[in-house]
Design a protein around this ligand. Structure first.
Ligand code: ADP
Ligand code: MG
Length: 393
């Protein structure tokens, strides 16, 4: 059992074959124009290889949340135009993703030519993983390639259901690269340092549970830390705390202790009276009544930074403070810089975490930036992603 790579698929020949690529072209649009085409650029290597090999390339994606309705503002048509620019070749667009019009558009497709289909989520069958919709999609092609890592943790028709209809399936280069890099976190060169931040324990509970016994060091920051501190009887003032998660936080600490792993909590904090960019701040070891913890303190930041320097593998998800406001960005900056400077293999995942890394200009000094927030968290927990399992033969 294994997942075939795109290169292996190509070596078997794809010329003249109709190859369906499930890509992630879910880009931000404004006034019918793509405002950030990084997801399109990331998809180009797979498209280029297939086109160069003479495949008749059919590309499909979701865009936004149309919830099974045709929503004009969520049409992929502007994406076809932008893709054509990036590829330097015409990209045909079909206003349907299944049925007669899609089929006849594909019939006209020449070898080494590309056809983009309309938003998969205009059909309710996509997210429902409807067998008839899966069959209708599969009827369009001879070969199936999944390159949409960001939706691989969802069993949808285009990510899971349709794959069963094909003998020839493969992972695209983007999906393959995500799996290779994230596997390093599951099977790390130790010591493995996991840095988890962000707003809530409840958002990340299963990651905490899975990684507390797995990581040599689990360093916690962000608002999530206050739930841990409060659960242990510490003072948290007006910081964000989830009292209904105290039991879970204590269980995570216990799991780390039982596995003889180290779980680190902040020992100092940057606090302010108000959650506002210009609020005066100060550093405290214990959070007084009436103030809010908005960043880890400098001593904590340098402790976590030296853990990063000593690690051989690092996984980071979740900013350590409210990095969007400069006044509360120092903790995230110090630790991010240490992760970039560390000789360890480093992987960063999560929408806000990537935004922080890019904001700091550190993107090219991290070994892997994982584009699929939810999917990468599920994968590093050791969960099977339905979109990947469907490719196993
Ligand atoms: P990611 O998108 O990388 O997975 P999350 O969405 O879990 O990260 O968390 C990011 C959010 O957590 C950011 O918007 C940040 O402002 C917020 N955050 C971090 N620390 C705090 C804090 N101390 N108080 C309130 N919000 C925080
Ligand atoms: Mg987020």
């Amino acid at each position: 059992m294994g997942v075939k790579s795109l290169d292996d698929l190509l070596s078997e020949g794809v010329r003249g074959q109709r190859v369906f690529v499930r890509a992630d072209l879910n880009v931000p649009l404004r006034d019918q124009a793509v405002t950030d085409d990084s997801r399109l650029r990331a998809s180009l290597p797979t498209f280029r290889k297939l086109l160069a090999a003479g495949a008749r390339l059919i590309v499909a994606s979701h865009l936004g949340r149309p919830k099974g309705q045709r929503v004009a503002a969520l049409s992929l048509r502007p994406v076809a135009a932008q893709l054509a620019k990036l590829l330097g070749t015409g990209v045909a667009f079909c206003e349907e993703c299944v049925g007669e019009s899609a089929r006849s558009a594909i019939d006209e497709l020449g070898d080494g030519r590309i056809q983009l289909l309309e938003n998969l989520r205009f059909h309710a069958g996509e997210e429902r993983n409807d067998p008839d919709f899966s069959k209708a999609l599969a009827a369009l092609a001879d070969i199936y390639v999944n390159d949409a890592f960001g939706t691989a943790h969802r069993a949808h028709a285009s990510t899971e259901g349709m794959a069963a209809h094909f003998d020839r399936v493969a992972a695209g280069d983007l999906l393959d690269s995500e799996l290779r890099h994230l596997r390093v976190i599951r099977e790390p060169i130790r010591p493995l340092l996991v840095i988890l931040g962000g707003a809530k324990v409840s958002d990340k509970l299963s990651v905490l549970e899975a990684l507390a016994p797995h990581a040599d060091v689990l360093a916690i920051g962000g608002a999530m830390a206050y739930t841990f501190i409060a659960a242990n009887g510490g003072a948290t003032g007006n910081s964000l705390v989830e009292p209904d998660r105290f039991g879970d936080a204590l269980a995570v600490q216990r799991a780390a202790r039982d596995a003889e792993r180290r779980l680190l909590l902040p020992s100092d904090h940057l606090v302010a009276d108000r959650f506002e960019a210009d609020a005066p701040t100060r550093v405290v070891a214990e959070i007084p009544e009436g103030v809010i913890g908005l960043d880890i303190g400098p001593a904590t930041a340098s402790r976590y930074a030296s853990e990063a320097a000593n690690a051989r593998t690092i996984f980071w998800n979740g900013p350590l403070g409210v990095f969007e406001m400069e006044a509360f960005a120092a903790g995230t900056r110090t630790v991010a810089t240490a992760v970039a400077d560390s000789p360890a293999t480093s992987v960063v995942g999560g929408g806000d975490s990537l935004a922080a890394i890019h904001q700091l200009g550190l993107g090219n000094r991290i070994d892997h930036l994982s584009t699929g927030g939810g999917a990468s968290l599920e994968y590093v927990q050791g969960l099977k992603l339905p979109g990947v399992a469907a490719l196993e033969r």
